[in-house]
Design a protein around this ligand. Structure first.
Ligand code: NAD
Length: 261
């Protein structure tokens, strides 16, 4: 178990990719902090289930990733509870689909706050401890949209391109401290985030649900298959191994060939 006695925070892990990553880390022996919104009883069932299934400690933080002080308090609490935070996964994210001239400015700001600024706050909070212990792994869930654009996703594409830049900068700052910083850039992964944007894309482009799935989403992916949350989680686990010690500042695509085109 490569993460035995390590502690990992995974933001936005009550659903989708983050939940799969948190569960995979726990399977590898890590204590985990799960975070995100959702039904309180369902979150508690998931938290308790992780502890029971994998024999680790799992705690839940309700920190809102749009609020810097809450993010920093989440890290401080985890350090107090577990003594250290060894792995940080910046994963929480939201989407909004609209043409730029109709994009609500407050939505734009919220997407930048959750999808980009939150990673800065969380990194700022975990870095001193990681530097002192000379070991750490910082992983962000970016997106194919950190490399290429799609229409009507101006805030998301801007935030994800920003994550790529933040990743490279942090990797350089931490290169001599045993701390690697990378991002994973999935194409379309079948999660609630993708499912929820289908109606907006139908409206924005005047398409049916089937057309959005086949002609918009999977059009971009040459393999014609969705990425799975378990595939993303497996790469996150690999990045935490010693074998990945020289992978830093990388933006690793997992997009069925989307950004090769
Ligand atoms: P999801 O909607 O299933 O999960 C998002 C998680 O973020 C949830 O746990 C949610 O509660 C949490 N969250 C949202 N706002 C929050 C806030 N203010 N504070 C704390 N938590 C918050 O989505 P997902 O598809 O699993 O997406 C996870 C990440 O992967 C996002 O950063 C997303 O941009 C990225 N991504 C997703 C895909 C995809 O196709 N699904 C592709 C590329 C990248």
């Amino acid at each position: 178990m490569s993460l035995k006695s390590r502690t990992a925070i995974v933001t936005g892990s009550t659903s989708g990719i983050g939940l799969a990553v948190a569960r995979a880390f726990a399977r590898e022996g890590a204590n985990v902090v799960i975070n995100g919104f959702g039904d309180a009883a369902a979150i508690e069932a998931e938290r308790a289930g992780i502890e029971k299934e994998f024999g680790v400690k799992a705690v839940y933080s309700s920190a809102d990733m749009s609020k810097g002080p809450e993010i920093r308090a989440m890290v401080a609490d985890a350090e107090k509870t577990f003594g250290a935070v060894d792995v940080l996964v910046n994963n929480a994210g939201i989407q909004h689909v609209a043409p730029i001239e109709e994009f609500p400015p407050e939505k734009w700001e919220l997407i930048i706050a959750i999808n980009l600024m939150a990673a800065f706050h969380a990194m700022a909070a975990v870095i001193p401890g990681m530097k002192a212990r000379k070991w750490g792994r910082i992983i962000s869930t970016a997106s194919a949209h950190s490399k290429v654009a799609s229409p009507f996703k101006s805030a998301y594409v801007s935030a994800k391109h920003g994550i790529d830049g933040l990743t490279k900068t942090a990797a350089l700052e931490l290169a001599t401290f045993g701390v690697t910083v990378n991002c994973i850039s999935p194409g379309y992964v079948w999660t609630p985030l993708v499912e929820k944007q289908i109606p907006d894309t139908m409206a924005a482009r005047g398409l049916t649900r089937e057309q959005v799935i086949n002609d918009v989403l999977l059009t971009a992916q040459p393999t014609k298959q969705f990425v799975t949350v378990d595939e993303v989680a497996a790469l996150a686990c690999f990045l935490c191994t010693d074998a990945a010690a020289q992978i830093t500042g990388a933006n690793l695509s997992m997009d069925g060939g989307w950004t090769a085109a």
